[in-house]
Structure formats: C-alpha cells, structure tokens
Design a protein around this ligand. Structure first.
Ligand code: ZN
Length: 131
C-alpha cells in the first residue's frame, strides 16, 4: 500500500506511521510518536491513542469518546514547527505543531505544544497546551 501518510510527512503510510500503528515498530523520538498519534487520529485508531498516552493520563481517557472525536475530525494539513529534546537518549520531549482541521465541517486551526515522557523505554503523550 503506497498511500500518503496521514501525518503529512510526504512519505508513504507503510514507510512512515503504519508500522507504529501496527505495533511492528516503536517510535524512538517524541516527534515520531506525535506523528503516529496524528495518523491514529486521522484513521480513528483510538486504541493506539490510548496505548500511547502516559499511564496516569490513560486512566482518565474515555476511549469511546476519543473514537467519536476521531470520526468528527478531518485533517487538512499538519506541520511540525519545532521540537525540544525528545530524542532517542532523552527522558522528556516537546513537539510544537499546527494543524488545519475540519471539526464537524467547521474549519479550525489547531496549535499545540505537546509534552512527552518516556515510560518503560517508550515515548508516551503526557499533555498538551493548545490555542
Ligand atoms: Zn506518518
């Protein structure tokens, strides 16, 4: 399958986020995790979103509500604006991005500074500051 990756990396899905979503690879940087989570939103993979959320936050997640949100959102474009730490040797990381979304048919510009932590060797999404 060679469709473009939903994370807008300009790579094909099978060479970008698909192996992460399928559990065949583990993202080694916070940015890769953020991109794969973005693809999960685009594809309605609430299971992946829950699995890659930091443990303490995961308990508060409503996976069904998350799945409903995924269905309501369409992504037009996404751009990573910057990253802080989040590399293979780091314990925490930040990714700043903006995305053009359609939420229930309404255009929205979403800006977010996402924070990531390493848990049991894997990157996990902690929280985000949004516009
Ligand atoms: Zn991707």
């Amino acid at each position: 399958m060679s469709r473009p990756c939903p994370c807008a990396s300009k790579l094909t899905f099978d060479r970008c986020c698909e192996p992460y979503l399928d559990g065949k690879k583990i993202p080694d940087t916070a940015e890769k995790l953020m991109r794969s989570r973005f693809s999960a939103y685009a594809l309605g993979r609430a299971d992946y979103l829950a699995a890659t959320t930091a443990a303490a936050e995961r308990e508060k997640l409503d996976v069904e509500e998350l799945a409903r949100y995924c269905r309501a959102v369409r992504c037009i474009s996404m751009k990573v604006l910057g990253t802080k730490a989040g590399g293979p040797g780091d314990e925490t990381g930040e990714v700043v991005f903006h995305a053009k979304l359609l939420i229930n048919g309404k255009r929205m510009l979403h800006w977010e500074r996402s924070r990531f932590v390493r848990e049991e060797g894997r990157w996990a999404y902690l929280d985000g500051e949004t516009n």
